[in-house]
Design a protein around this ligand. Structure first.
Ligand SMILES: Nc1ncnc2c1ncn2[C@@H]1O[C@H](COP(=O)(O)OP(=O)(O)OP(=O)(O)O)[C@@H](O)[C@H]1O
Ligand SMILES: [Mg+2]
Length: 454
């Protein structure tokens, strides 16, 4: 689904530096004729001056020049304008220096005598990469807007709604039920509810109701007195007591045994319970947040979950939509995790190829955000360059993404028509996000607006 980006890149601004007037003039002419905006200079000093004032997409410089040579200029350019890609022009015998220059951050080099096609290809490749880096930076800047306390990321309407609900209900003591598929961020939301409440300085206790057998879960939640059961030698506080003045997070609530359901109902109703083996009621001030990936209402209908408890828990419900229903969030989350694992692994990976991004967005993510996070960690580890390519993603993603991204054209469809339908399909895919669409298609946003207007 990727259209060549050359049309957009023709408008790029290039700085060309060479001390040989004839070479300089021939490069200037070749590149101008291709539609690039070219500034041509005969020495490095002038080039540094202009780099201070103007922005260029690409610097193409000769290596051997008197006074300020190509390497000096490259270093100056890295400092003055880190976004500008640098390509070196080398004469025979200077290849080794060119390799050294690439370690200093040059993108590529071309050898003299210059061949027109090689020069154009190299320039185009460097510019493609430059625009990719720019796009990824823009994406990261936008990402920052959406990162709030607790690191909940999302700009989709669904996630905005979730976040505003979280902020609204956090200060109250109302019980909250969080529903969502596995890996959608239920625990993250539960901690956010705690962190944004007046209880934030109190304890946050999490209990996984599915992980413990019934009898142990009951003593874990409510505590016990000595002799309550065989092996109960000393008194022990339960999680309800430990969570006093804080929040108790009951994960996988659907798996709660009937006997424990009754006891939980009572705490929710009047705030009291007894330790196992005792008749003394204990009262606590605990806010309960429960989570499940099951349809609790259905379980109630099937008689597997108490109806009265369901209504007690369900005072406020927060539904976390699966990731495949909020495709707009995928690039944000992917970039977020990419940065996280790049930092962790000390690898300078900072973005995605258009194809990789497209695959990520087309995949259905049965494991939701957790699966995306794992895929990004793996990609950072496998990645051989500074951006993640399709090959760095798990095979599953490439396989299953296929169906959702393919569109077919009959032989003889006019290119204009192909372009129009491709833009429409991509926009439908990005839910109208033009910036993202332009990134996937490798064309300027301008072009999209123009085609739509046509
Ligand atoms: N919107 C989000 N922004 C940032 N990170 C997220 C978001 N949603 C989920 N995550 C991250 O994804 C991972 C899985 O989230 P979490 O454990 O909260 O999911 P869950 O719904 O509780 O999953 P499960 O049902 O399997 O227990 C965590 O590392 C979490 O930090
Ligand atoms: Mg969880």
């Amino acid at each position: 689904m990727i259209v060549s980006g050359s049309s957009m890149l023709k408008r790029a601004k290039l700085l060309v530096v060479d001390d040989e007037p004839s070479v300089l003039e021939s490069i200037r002419e070749t590149l101008s004729r291709e539609g690039y905006e070219v500034v041509a200079l005969g020495n490095g000093e002038d080039a540094i001056q202009i780099l201070r004032k103007e922005e260029f997409n690409l610097l193409l410089t000769d290596l051997m020049m008197p006074k300020v040579d190509g390497i000096d200029l490259l270093k100056a350019c890295r400092k003055l304008s880190p976004e500008t890609e640098v390509v070196l022009i080398t004469a025979y015998g200077t290849i080794e220096t060119a390799v050294k220059a690439m370690k200093e951050g040059a993108y590529d080099f071309v050898s003299k005598p210059l061949k027109r096609m090689v020069l154009l290809k190299t320039v185009q490749r460097a510019l493609e990469r430059q625009s990719l880096v720019e796009e990824n930076k823009a994406l990261r800047a936008r990402l920052d807007e959406f990162v709030r306390a607790g690191d909940i990321i999302g700009k989709s309407t669904a996630m905005r709604r979730v976040l505003s609900l979280v902020n609204q209900v956090a200060p109250s003591t109302a019980t909250v039920l969080i529903q969502g598929e596995s890996g959608t961020g239920k625990e993250l939301i539960a901690t956010a509810l705690h962190d944004r409440s007046k209880r934030a300085s109190g304890p946050f206790m999490a209990v996984n109701c599915a992980a413990l057998p019934e009898s142990i879960l009951e003593s874990e939640l409510f505590g016990f007195e000595p002799g309550a059961f065989t092996g109960a030698a000393k008194r022990r506080e339960g999680r309800f007591e430990a969570a006093n003045k804080g929040t108790l997070f009951l994960d996988e609530i659907a798996d709660l045994a009937p006997q424990v359901q009754v006891k939980l109902l009572r705490v929710l109703q009047n705030g009291t319970f007894e330790r196992l083996g005792s008749n003394d009621p204990i009262s606590v001030d605990v806010r309960v947040v429960a989570a499940t990936n099951a349809d609790l209402k259905l379980l109630v209908e099937e008689g597997r979950f108490r109806e009265d408890l369901f209504y007690r828990l369900n005072v406020i419900t927060i539904v976390l939509p699966p990731l495949r229903e909020r495709v707009e969030d995928i690039p944000l989350l992917a970039n977020h995790f990419l940065q996280k694992y790049a930092r962790k692994n000390s690898k300078p990976v900072h973005g995605f190829s258009p194809r990789a991004l497209e695959l990520l967005m087309a995949y259905t993510w049965p494991g939701n955000v957790r699966e995306l996070e794992n895929a990004m960690e793996r990609a950072v580890v496998l990645c051989q360059s500074d951006i993640v390519h399709a090959e760095d993603l798990p095979q599953d993603i490439a396989d299953r993404a296929q169906e959702r991204t393919e569109i077919t054209f009959g032989v003889g469809t006019s290119l204009k028509e192909v372009e129009r339908r491709m833009i429409e399909a991509t926009l439908a895919f990005t839910k109208g996000d033009k910036r993202l669409a332009s990134q996937l298609l490798g064309i300027a946003m301008r072009t999209i607006y123009r085609r739509l207007a046509e």
